[in-house]
Design a protein around this ligand. Structure first.
Ligand SMILES: [Zn+2]
Length: 409
């Protein structure tokens, strides 16, 4: 079909271009070469092929553009990565710098998910949480490097209690679990998300009142071949190591099923399934998951590209689950590799525009081309009661503390 469409298009374009040169006369007289022959001729004025990476189309739509400089209500960003790991080559940004942007865009509190553990955690909490009370909160992480050691299960649960005493407000689970962590080194067996050795840790999180922020794998396209049909082709070809296709990686749905068994087994533990429950492409499935597990919430970080390309479905999702959706961005200061995560005024203003306005067809990331798929998004225009919940009230409930109470809108 494609070939025929192209022929038809070329033939018509060729005829229009030739119309002023006398060649068209031949076409009109019916003695032009057959279509097949025309296609084998080099086209004299044909534009050279353009590599996809260089294609930066500018929208010709003349539609409303609303600049939302500050969020309508104070915001808690439930998903950020602002501290440096010990030995990291990434340059850190001092909290004073972050606060300038935070104040400019009405961002009250940043939750730093990757605070590490032990000494590193203590250092981060001192530099951020304790130096600027209410503006930064830090979560801890499991010590994966010890996961194969005997006695790990009880030890890890105990570590969680120590992290809470040190000031941690939750537990972060990265894709390490389910996609990278292996018993006995890199060639070993993948550790399943619902492996029983973590049961004491999930239970301890519930007992201690520490919510678990979890991301064990998405988007769906990262589990498919990197080929012409993959809608995340450009992103995957730039970062082939983000692909979870082949090798012994579990299928996308297997990972989600293992995660759901954890949710079911630990009903007294509060989970936040990051990135819209890891399946922003399928809000029906996310809704069903939320219906099954009252102990689970979701947040929206780095997925407004998905939510915003299905604005009517998204709007219904926000209406139905307005008490279970948290605001997040996945912001990383100086995160140049992933424009959808670069901390700064621009990033927050795009999120606010998406949530607050009904603007149409705008970029979901501050980037030259859309970095997570070549499409643009549509605003949801959420009503104020829902905005309040998503911006801060739901996060305050999950964290068990008020952070925005005395702050003017
Ligand atoms: Zn993240």
């Amino acid at each position: 079909m494609t070939t025929r469409d192209e022929r038809t298009r070329w033939t018509r374009r060729g005829w229009i271009a030739a119309a002023g040169t006398g060649v068209a006369g031949a076409v009109l007289r019916g003695d032009a070469a057959p279509i097949e022959d025309q296609n084998t001729q080099p086209a004299p004025n044909r534009t050279p092929p353009l590599p996809l990476a260089e294609f930066e189309p500018r929208s010709m739509l003349h539609v409303e553009e609303t600049r939302v400089g500050r969020a309508r209500f104070p915001v808690i960003d439930f998903h950020s990565h602002i501290s440096m790991r010990p030995g990291s080559r990434r340059r850190g940004v001092p909290p004073e710098e972050l606060l300038k942007t935070m104040d400019a865009v009405n961002l009250r509190t940043m939750i730093n998910l990757t605070g590490g553990s032990g000494e590193g955690l203590a250092t981060t909490i001192k530099a951020f949480d304790q130096a600027f009370p209410g503006r930064f909160l830090t979560m801890t992480e499991p010590t994966w490097t010890r996961a194969s050691e005997p006695g790990y299960a009880a030890w890890q649960a105990d570590e969680l209690s120590k992290a809470k005493s040190a000031g941690a407000v939750g537990l972060k689970i990265l894709k390490t679990l389910g996609l990278y962590l292996r018993d006995g080194g890199p060639a070993g067996r993948l550790v399943r998300v619902d492996d029983e050795r973590f049961d004491p840790m999930w239970e301890a999180a519930g007992t201690l009142g520490l919510p678990v922020a979890m991301h064990v794998g998405d988007p769906e396209a990262f589990f498919l071949p990197i080929d012409r049909y993959n809608e995340r082709y450009e992103e995957l070809s730039a970062h082939p190591d983000w692909s979870f296709y082949g090798k012994d990686f579990p299928a996308f749905k297997e990972i989600l099923a293992a995660r759901d068994r954890v949710f079911a087994k630990h009903p007294r533990t509060t989970f936040v399934a990051l990135h819209v429950g890891h399946w922003a492409e399928n809000l029906k499935a996310v809704g069903e998951m939320l219906d099954r597990f009252p102990n689970v919430n979701v947040e929206i970080a780095a997925r407004i590209g998905e939510l915003g390309r299905q604005p009517r479905t998204s709007r219904r999702f926000f209406e139905t689950y307005q008490d279970r959706i948290l605001f997040g961005t996945d912001a990383i200061p100086l995160g140049i590799e992933t424009p959808q995560q670069v901390f700064g005024d621009d990033l927050y203003r795009i999120y606010y525009r998406f949530l607050e306005t009904e603007d149409e067809y705008f970029d979901y990331a501050p980037a030259r081309t859309p970095p997570q798929g070549r499409w643009r998004i549509y605003g949801l225009g959420l009503p104020e009661p829902i905005l309040r919940k998503v911006y801060h009230a739901n996060a305050e409930r999950v964290l068990g503390r008020t952070l925005t109470g005395n702050v003017a809108g």
